[in-house]
Design a protein around this ligand. Structure first.
Ligand SMILES: Nc1ncnc2c1ncn2[C@@H]1O[C@H](COP(=O)(O)OP(=O)(O)OP(=O)(O)O)[C@@H](O)[C@H]1O
Ligand SMILES: [Mg+2]
Length: 244
């Protein structure tokens, strides 16, 4: 079972788009996937149009949750929306607060991949996610500010691996909103290559308006625009992740 967090400290860097379309890509390849939303924005529940009784909040505080089938081979745990913010506050008073997710998911079996979509912050929920996961995907948009966000996440990963989880490793850094016609894309990728070396994915996710439109139709990119660049790129990413 591979446990992968999709994380960056900056907002709007394609984390949720990556989580959803990587998860569905892996499911289409025949892998069994559990997608967990750990962001109070609750986007994953909205996109898959489900509102289960129990959420990540129940898992963290009461050790029980609803796992909902949304597609063939793809199940989700929703975040609980705003309730997750209160849950985080309650969690801070608990003993072993960093290990709740790890402990309460320890019995989980029969899943090839757990993909966790994170909120763009450095909070206790994300500490729980990183304490539980073995691998992290860091999507980076093609601009300078995103590079700063990546550095903050590297610092956080370093801290967590020293304090709570020595198994934690970067699976890959993923260029998103890539546009080969723009100088800033070429420059950013070249800096990322130099800095991250083999940790940079061979797959780049290109800018594609279909990726923006798909969620409002409650579809993944493979359902909304199967021949689009977005569908090609995310399926290629799923194959690259599966082979890494
Ligand atoms: N490759 C892409 N091309 C065009 N639009 C994209 C691409 N990837 C994501 N988007 C759009 O950019 C916006 C931000 O993406 P997304 O919600 O995945 O980012 P996020 O990192 O999860 O944001 P947040 O930090 O708020 O959770 C969304 O409207 C999404 O549809
Ligand atoms: Mg998001």
């Amino acid at each position: 079972m591979r446990k992968i967090a999709v994380l960056s400290s900056k907002g709007g860097t394609g984390k949720t788009t990556t989580s959803i379309n990587l998860a569905h890509g892996l499911a289409l390849m025949g892998r069994s996937v559990l997608l967990v939303d750990s962001d109070p924005q609750n986007t994953i529940g909205i996109v898959f149009n489900v509102n289960p009784e129990k959420t990540l909040c129940d898992l963290l505080l009461k050790r029980r949750t609803s796992i909902t089938k949304v597609r063939e081979k793809l199940h989700i745990i929703t975040s609980g929306g705003k309730q997750l913010v209160d849950t985080e506050v309650k969690l801070t008073k608990k003993f072993g607060k960093e290990y709740k997710l790890k402990k309460n998911l320890s019995h989980l079996e029969g899943v090839d991949y757990i993909i966790l979509d994170c909120a763009p912050s450095i909070n206790l929920i994300n500490v729980n996610v990183l304490t539980y996961c073995d691998e992290v995907i860091i999507p980076i948009a093609m601009d300078f500010l995103s590079q700063i966000g990546a550095n903050q996440i590297l610092g956080m990963i370093d801290n967590i691996s020293k304090s709570y989880n020595k198994n934690l490793d970067i699976l890959g850094v993923l260029p998103v909103y890539y546009n080969e016609k723009r100088k800033i894309s070429l420059e950013t990728v070249s800096i990322l290559k130099e800095f991250f070396k083999e940790k940079l994915f061979n797959t780049y996710i290109r800018e594609d308006v279909n990726l923006k439109e798909a969620p409002s139709f409650m579809k993944t990119i493979y359902e909304y625009a199967p021949d689009s660049m977005g569908a090609q790129d995310y399926f290629k990413l799923a194959q690259e992740v599966d082979s890494r």
